[in-house]
Design a protein around this ligand. Structure first.
Ligand code: GDP
Ligand code: MN
Length: 304
């Protein structure tokens, strides 16, 4: 019998451009998922980027909650891939189950945001993101869109809107809609504090830390005085205004695949006293890739 054919990919022919649709660029959407939210899936279906160019990758923990989320996700995938119109179906879908135990699993919002829970939790998240990335990033991928499972609303043109900036890493601002009992109306508040510009105070704090210690953002007992993108939102200003960032969150982030191919990943340990997505931004920067934030371009996080 004939030997299996060798497949050649010339990475130079895979464009990563500001006009990804015209250039038929493949997008890999990666989502670590502890819980399944129908709103996340519905929002995904509404993305106007050609679904035939989109591969979805998921990683879910191997516990009771993860099993539940997996079956809900599977059901929606079957529905979309088998019964939806051809144009609505995605190119391919990969589901991974985590082969390591997530520590401190099944935490609610207040529990997982406690400072002492942050390092092990974010180390586990880093490993989940790395496993997902390294098993799914193929040679034909141009862009990786990191999108958390609890991002329940984005503009439908999210991918094109972000790609248009033609930046190695571009991050929208992540807010949360909630019911304001005093105003008796819906309102919104900043949610993701991991998108920031560094400060001399944070640098000073880091310089005095033990080698395995990490800086965390959004905790009053560790005031860093970093400039947080969450507080830069201005509804009257240009939606596409750019700011340079030193740390990013993973709620939604569009990354040129070459940034990951160069080796930028999510450190599950203290890297320059940063971990996970903030460590990733630092590692990318050491590789020469700058992160850009869009303070006035909003995506919304689920409200538990
Ligand atoms: P927060 O919004 O910063 O509090 O972080 P989340 O707890 O929402 O976690 C970020 C993303 O990772 C979400 O999409 C979660 O569903 C997912 N996630 C959380 N914990 C785990 C885990 O242990 N394993 C995996 N695979 N995903 C997780
Ligand atoms: Mn979240």
């Amino acid at each position: 019998t004939a030997p299996p054919p060798v497949i050649h990919y010339n990475l130079n022919n895979v464009t990563i451009s500001a006009n990804p649709i015209e250039n038929n660029e493949n997008v890999l959407i990666l989502t670590p998922m502890a819980r399944f939210y129908q709103e996340y899936w519905d929002n995904l279906l509404k993305l106007t980027y050609p679904h035939q160019l989109i591969t979805l990758g998921f990683i879910l923990p191997k516990n009771k909650e993860g099993n539940e989320a997996t079956s809900l996700l599977q059901a929606q995938i079957s529905k979309t891939q088998k019964t939806a119109a051809e144009k609505d179906r995605f190119k391919s879908i990969i589901i991974l189950r985590q082969d390591f135990d997530p520590p401190l699993a099944s935490q609610d919002e207040s529990e997982r945001h406690k400072m002492q829970n942050q390092k092990p939790r974010r180390a586990a998240m880093s490993k989940a993101r790395n496993s997902l990335l390294f098993t799914t990033l193929g040679p034909s991928v141009s862009w990786v869109l990191w999108l958390d499972a609890d991002i329940v609303e984005t503009p439908p043109d999210l991918i094109q809107d972000l790609a248009m900036h033609d930046k190695p890493i571009v991050v929208p601002n992540c807010f949360q809609k909630y019911y304001d009992a005093d105003k008796r109306a819906m309102d919104m508040r900043p949610y993701d504090f991991n998108n920031w510009k560094d400060s001399p105070t944070a640098q000073e704090l880091a310089s005095k830390m033990g080698k395995d210690d990490i800086l965390l953002e959004g905790y009053s007992d560790m005031a860093t005085f970093r400039a947080l993108m969450a507080y830069m939102y201005d509804e009257r200003a240009d939606k596409h205004m750019e700011v340079e960032l030193d740390g990013i969150g993973g709620a939604a982030a569009l990354v040129k695949a070459d940034v990951h191919r160069d080796g930028a990943m999510f450190p599950p340990f203290a890297f320059y006293h940063l971990i996970e997505t903030e460590g990733f931004a630092k590692m990318a920067r050491r590789l020469g890739w700058i992160s850009t934030g869009l303070p006035n371009y909003l995506v919304y996080h689920y409200n538990e």
